[in-house]
Design a protein around this ligand. Structure first.
Ligand code: APR
Length: 240
C-alpha cells in the first residue's frame, strides 16, 4: 500500500489484553465480574455512586501499573513513520497508546485518567481515587465523575471519526469484538465509502464477514507483523 495513504485504526480491549488489562467479554472479563447496568450507566451512578466510583477507582489504579505492549508500540511506530495520516480511534479508556508514543489518539469512550466535573464541566487529568469526593481542580466543587462514556451516553467526537473515515484509504480494526455500536458499525461505513478494511483479532469478531481481510492471532504478534509489512511496502513503492 502506498505510503502516503490515510489509515484509520479502531482498537478495542484486545489490544491491551496482553498488557494485563481485562477485556469485557472474554472469559473472566469485566462484564462477568460486574453487571453493566450496575457500574457503567448514568442510572447506576445516580443509584449507587460509591459502587461506580470504586469500580473506576480500581481500574484507574490498575492501569497505572501496566505497560504498553508490542502492539501499542508498533502502532506508535507506524504513526511516526507513515507518510499519510494515521488516526487511532480507541474504545479503550487506558492511556497505553499514548504511553507507547502515539500522538493522534481519539478516545471515543473517554479516559480513566481524566476527571469530569458535573458542576463546571471541566475535564482534568486524574490519577487518584474519587471515592472520597475530591474537589474539582477548576471549581473546587466535590462533583467529579469518571470521564467515561457510559451506556446510554453519546460517544465522543463522532463527527471527527466519520470525517476521518471519509478521508481514509484503509480501515483497520484491532482487538474488538464488534459487539458495541457505533464502533461496531465503522467497518460497514468504511465499506460503503469504498475504504479497504482489515481485521486483526484473536478470534473472529461479530463483524468479521464485513472485512476484506481478517488475520487471527495475539495482537503482540500480528500487529507488529502487519506494521512491518505496510512500512516495507511503502518503502518499496517509494523506491520504484
Ligand atoms: N490479541 C488480540 N485480540 C484479542 C486479544 C489479544 N491478545 N485478547 C482478546 N482479544 C479480542 C477478543 O477476541 C475480542 O474480540 O479482543 C476483543 C475483546 O472484546 P471485548 O471484551 O468486547 O472488548 P471491546 O470490543 O473493546 O468492547 C467494546 O464495549 O463494554 C464496552 O465500552 C466498553 O469499549 C468497550 C466496548
Amino acid at each position: 500500500m502506498g505510503g502516503n495513504r490515510n489509515i484509520v485504526i479502531l482498537t478495542g480491549a484486545g489490544v491491551s489484553a496482553e498488557s494485563g488489562i481485562d477485556t469485557f467479554r472474554d472469559g473472566g472479563g469485566l462484564w462477568e465480574q460486574h453487571r453493566v447496568e450496575d457500574v457503567a450507566t448514568p442510572e447506576a451512578f445516580q443509584r449507587d455512586p460509591d459502587l461506580v466510583l470504586r469500580f473506576y477507582d480500581k481500574r484507574r489504579e490498575a492501569v497505572q501499573t501496566k505497560e504498553p505492549n508490542a502492539a501499542h508500540n508498533a502502532l506508535a511506530r507506524l504513526e511516526a513513520k507513515w507518510g499519510g495520516d494515521v488516526l487511532i480511534v480507541t474504545q479503550n479508556v487506558d492511556d497505553l497508546h499514548e504511553r507507547a508514543g502515539a500522538k493522534n489518539v481519539l478516545h471515543m469512550h473517554g479516559e480513566l485518567l481524566n476527571a469530569w466535573c458535573t458542576a463546571c464541566d471541566a475535564r482534568s487529568r486524574w490519577t487518584r481515587p474519587m471515592i472520597d469526593r475530591p474537589a474539582c481542580p477548576a471549581c473546587s466543587a466535590s462533583a467529579l465523575r469518571p470521564d467515561i462514556v457510559w451506556f446510554g451516553e453519546m460517544p465522543y467526537r463522532m463527527e471527527e471519526i466519520y470525517g476521518a473515515l471519509r478521508q481514509a484509504d484503509l480501515f483497520v480494526s484491532i482487538g474488538t469484538s464488534g459487539a458495541v455500536y457505533p464502533a461496531a458499525g465503522f467497518v460497514r461505513d468504511a465499506r460503503e465509502l469504498g475504504v479497504e478494511t482489515l481485521e486483526l483479532n484473536l478470534e473472529r469478531s461479530e463483524g468479521s464477514s464485513w472485512f476484506d481481510e481478517t488475520r487471527l492471532g495475539p495482537a503482540t504478534e500480528i500487529v507488529p507483523a502487519w506494521v512491518d509489512e505496510v512500512l516495507a511496502q511503502a518503502l518499496e513503492s517509494g523506491i520504484r
